[in-house]
Design a protein around this ligand. Structure first.
Ligand SMILES: CC[C@H](C(=O)O)C(=O)SCCNC(=O)CCNC(=O)[C@H](O)C(C)(C)COP(=O)(O)OP(=O)(O)OC[C@H]1O[C@@H](n2cnc3c(N)ncnc32)[C@H](O)[C@@H]1OP(=O)(O)O
Length: 307
């Protein structure tokens, strides 16, 4: 290659290496487990790739709302191995979507998700694979929960096992008439392993969580509302209409500049996860990103009255 071209390409190459390094470091920071925990990511990814079927699809809309579709309707949207890997890839994509403000997770074929694919689970029922799969999914769902996007699980049909756990990694749950959330783990001789128990306790309290897990209880929209597990029961059970209603519900919270909405989610994430002093310091840092920013300056000129 002529030296002039090398000279031109070198800064681009350096930039690419730096961006990739930054991205990997960010993913590690947002994840829970790494090699020090005995977690072998490449090993479990290779294993999961052997159990294929279905897909996880993401569409990013101009209004800043992403629609993540669990797509394996033949198996009630159960998570195959490749779907677990694809979920991780989609979360990475969402982490890099700087215009994003909200996210709706729903299932294809008018049902949410029946947990992990039992055909795959049978093949990885040994302890090493089980632990690695558990850490893989906890890392992915923790990163999902920490996205600077306001997230909603749209529960149509059934959210069972790992599907019920996934709903708890969202900020909000909306249910359609006739749908149900059910932590069936006890009947599988298990407890949640994708972080669903820890998050459920924080959403509904330890007493209610114990009842739902120990009773493998069916949670219909009415009970979910009274427990605070669901925000609202949508009027429609039709797939397309329900998605429209979920969009409209979410847009009340995502209206406004992305920088501000994302900052709101970040301060709440800090408050939810950190000890008070750390949360306060984080809030100060995030405040600094919006103070004197375009939306703030524009509001100072406009001087709105909040009647
Ligand atoms: C740690 C727990 C673990 C995790 O978190 O990783 C899990 O999630 S374990 C999985 C927990 N989920 C289940 O045990 C669900 C079992 N399935 C059912 O209870 C029913 O299928 C139900 C209630 C979801 C749907 O019942 P319905 O009568 O409406 O439909 P079908 O039973 O005919 O289901 C259609 C078709 O889908 C297959 N199916 C459903 N769920 C799964 C699954 N999780 N894995 C694999 N396959 C699943 C079902 O077998 C039917 O296929 P067919 O070829 O007709 O048998």
């Amino acid at each position: 290659m002529p030296s002039k071209m090398i000279e031109m390409a070198l800064p681009l190459w350096k930039n690419l290496v730096q961006t990739t390094k930054k991205r990997i470091l960010q993913q590690r920071r947002l994840s829970l487990y790494n090699g020090a925990d005995g977690y072998e990511e490449e090993l479990i990814k290779k294993k999961l790739q052997q159990f294929s079927g279905g897909s996880i699809n993401l569409s990013k809309e101009d209004n800043g709302i992403g629609i993540l579709t669990l797509n394996n309707p033949k198996l009630m949207n159960a998570f195959t191995g490749t779907m677990m890997v694809e979920l991780q890839e989609r979360v990475t994509e969402l982490e890099n979507w700087k215009d994003g403000k909200g996210l709706i997770i729903h299932g294809a074929g008018n049902t949410f998700c029946s947990g992990s694919d039992l055909n795959a689970v049978k093949e990885i029922s040994n302890s090493q694979d089980g632990m690695n799969m558990c850490m893989f999914m906890q890392n992915t769902l923790t990163r999902l929960m920490r996205l600077p996007l306001i997230s909603v699980a749209l529960v149509q049909g059934k959210a069972f096992g790992g599907g019920a756990e996934l709903t708890t990694a969202c900020d909000f749950r909306l249910m359609t008439p006739g749908s149900e959330i059910r932590f069936v783990h006890k009947h599988m001789g298990l407890v949640p392993g994708w972080g669903g128990a820890a998050r459920l306790v924080r959403i509904v309290g330890s007493g209610a969580a114990l009842q739902l897990l120990a009773g493998a209880a069916r949670v219909d929209p009415e009970r979910a509302l009274s427990l605070g597990l669901s925000e609202e029961t949508l009027p429609s059970s039709d797939q397309t209409r329900a998605l429209g209603e979920a969009r409209a519900w979410l847009s009340h919270y995502t209206e406004g500049p992305a920088a501000v909405i994302r900052a709101v989610k970040k301060v709440v994430t800090a408050g939810r996860e950190l000890p008070l002093e750390d949360a306060l310091r984080t809030e100060k840092d995030i405040f600094g990103t919006v103070w004197g920013g375009p939306a703030n300056l524009e509001a100072l000129v406009r001087r709105p009255k909040h009647k």
